[in-house]
Ligand binder design. Structure first.
Ligand SMILES: NC(=O)C1=CN([C@@H]2O[C@H](COP(=O)(O)OP(=O)(O)OC[C@H]3O[C@@H](n4cnc5c(N)ncnc54)[C@H](O)[C@@H]3O)[C@@H](O)[C@H]2O)[C@@H](O)CC1
Ligand SMILES: [K+]
Length: 518
């Protein structure tokens, strides 16, 4: 599903109105009507329930007034409170205000007098709060007076349903400048807005529903940019099928180059995760002084010793041996736990220009390229890089804080600069593909911020490429499956004690869940 900015949604609304003749009032009617469907889902029976709707002066308030009308018709007791003088309401919203008044209903303006006490009183006797104060037209920060009301709503203990976007949230960035509605449910219209997907916005959104307001699909295809939220449906569509006569060779061979003394676990997690994510054959190649330990630790995964400096890390001379192993390999995954020893850095830099198969670069393989990202261009096959904000910062020569300020921009910059698929880890992993497509990942939880979690992801992405998935899709699907496995594992064990091995163990359940919903 595509994700849009406020400006892109406005352009879609405008084109629907001007080019297709679907009037703004029709769009508003559809929006309000769809939002009422969600109210019914939340409250069950609407008749006899008290719904309090807070409106602003824009079209978001207009949606709230449409909801008020339908809910009243259904037998609910509806209270409408306006944050502005009613004279300030104009356009389509004013049409709906007019209808509401003709139905002999009132709107109480909080603009004058002792608004706060009235809000307190009203909230005592309400079953649901509807936030139709600000939508995509909101910018900057909430004014103090409105802020005090929002704080009351947030603290009321009553369920809050946000219309289109929680008021106070910036639709394009997900940023909150001060006060913001903390919604239990958000019903967004047409397409999800970027700010609902990015942190901290996603945290204020609650359960998100995307409602169709009849924007023509062909129009969306034509003018909305290729920025997507990865969905289960999309991943399912991409997942390779498993024919009954399949042979392990059909699912590809992965070579994992990873590990150093003290970090053999990284190599194991990557290799085993690749198998758990469906790769046919996986070989983990490690510094030879660690090889025996790996043979003991791993059962299904094959191992291969590589030239060692004698200190438990790879020597520069490992290049030839790796290249000969690659002759029998479909995907190279390199980096987890390699260490930042000088010879490792040289090895990675000298190896990459000779690689002719798709590769996934993570952790110390990326650290080895700090300040020399241009080497990525020399790989003669598609590349996926999987940095966390620190590694991305080192690659691009900026601070992690700078990366976090605009995560999408950072991923796009890396992708464009080096022609790679850039997967930027962190809450809401972002994937930028060389063809310009962007994927935002919705799965995962804070419990996954644990040692080795990234090694699991590297193995999953490599495994999906090995099974024939195009690299950018493999990155997006890999992030989705990894996050889903983390969610399933957290559901069982809680977030606090979650370790990377739990995520790995939940990979089969995650892919099973995806496939079974087919
Ligand atoms: N035809 C359309 O464009 C449709 C719009 N729809 C709804 O309309 C919304 C967008 O409507 P609008 O563009 O009228 O804007 P909003 O309803 O989001 O209202 C924003 C209003 O608040 C003002 N404002 C912005 N930042 C402020 C701040 N920091 N403090 C105080 N006031 C501030 C703006 O000037 C504007 O008047 C959508 O979110 C959606 O809910 C839907 O009805 C569907 C159709
Ligand atoms: K809102």
């Amino acid at each position: 599903m595509r994700v849009v900015t406020a400006g892109e949604m406005r352009a879609l609304d405008k084109a629907a109105i001007e080019e297709y003749g679907i009037s703004g009032l029709v769009l508003m009617e559809n929006a309000g009507h769809q939002a009422v469907q969600l109210v019914r889902d939340v409250l069950g029976e609407v008749r006899g329930k008290v719904v309090t709707i807070f409106i602003g002066k824009g079209n978001n308030g207009g949606d709230g007034l449409v909801m008020a009308r339908h809910l009243l018709n259904m037998g609910a007791e509806v209270k409408v409170l306006s944050m502005v003088n009613l004279e300030e309401i104009s356009g389509d919203a004013a049409v709906n205000l007019d209808i509401w008044r003709k139905m002999e209903q009132k709107v109480f303006s909080l603009h004058h007098g002792d608004g706060i006490n009235i809000v307190k009183l009203v909230l005592m006797n309400t079953d649901l709060i509807v936030d139709a104060i600000y939508g995509t037209g909101f910018k900057g920060a909430i004014a103090e007076k409105v802020g005090r009301v929002i704080e009351l709503l947030n603290g009321s203990g009553k369920p809050v349903l946000a219309v289109d976007i929680p008021s106070g949230l910036e639709a394009d960035t997900g940023r909150v400048n001060g006060v913001c509605i903390r919604a239990d449910y958000t019903v967004t219209f047409g397409l999800p807005k970027l700010g609902l997907m990015l942190e901290p916005g996603a945290d204020f959104t609650g359960k998100l529903t995307v409602a169709d307001i009849s924007i023509p699909a062909v129009l969306v295809e034509k003018i909305a940019p290729p920025r997507f939220i990865t969905t289960a449906e999309l991943v399912r569509e991409w997942l390779p099928s498993r024919p009954s006569l399949a042979h392990k060779g059909d699912f590809g061979r992965v070579l994992v180059v990873a590990g150093s003394r003290g970090m053999t676990g990284a190599a194991c997690l990557t290799g085993e995760s690749a198998l758990r994510a469906g790769a046919g054959l996986v070989t983990v190649a490690v510094p030879e002084t660690l090889h025996e330990i790996m043979e003991e630790k791993l059962t299904e995964v094959m191992t291969s010793p590589l030239p060692d400096t004698g200190k438990g890390s790879l020597s520069r001379g490992a290049r030839q041996r790796i290249l000969s192993l690659l002759e029998n390999t479909d995907v190279l995954a390199i980096g987890p736990g390699l260490s930042q020893a000088g010879e490792v850095v040289t090895l990675v830099r000298e190896l990459l220009p000779h690689v002719r198969i798709p590769c996934v670069l993570d952790a110390d393989a990326l650290n080895a390229l700090a300040g020399s990202g241009d080497i990525l261009r020399k790989v003669q096959a598609p590349v996926v890089i999987t940095p966390h904000p620190g590694e991305m910062g080192r690659l691009l020569g900026v601070s992690p804080k700078e990366i976090q300020k605009d995560r999408i921009a950072a991923a796009v910059q890396a992708s464009e600069k080096w022609g790679v698929t850039a997967l930027l880890k962190g809450a809401r992993t972002v994937i930028a593909a060389p063809d310009g497509a962007i994927f935002i990942n919705p799965t995962g939880n804070p419990g996954m911020a644990t040692a080795g979690s990234g090694d699991v992801l590297t193995g999953v992405v490599a495994a999906l490429i090995a099974q024939g998935m195009e690299t950018a899709r493999a990155a997006a699907a890999g992030a989705y499956i990894h996050g889903l496995a983390g969610d399933l594992a957290a559901g069982e064990k809680g977030m606090m004690g979650l370790v990377a091995g739990d995520i790995m163990s939940a990979l089969p359940a995650a892919t099973r869940e995806l496939v079974q919903k087919q």
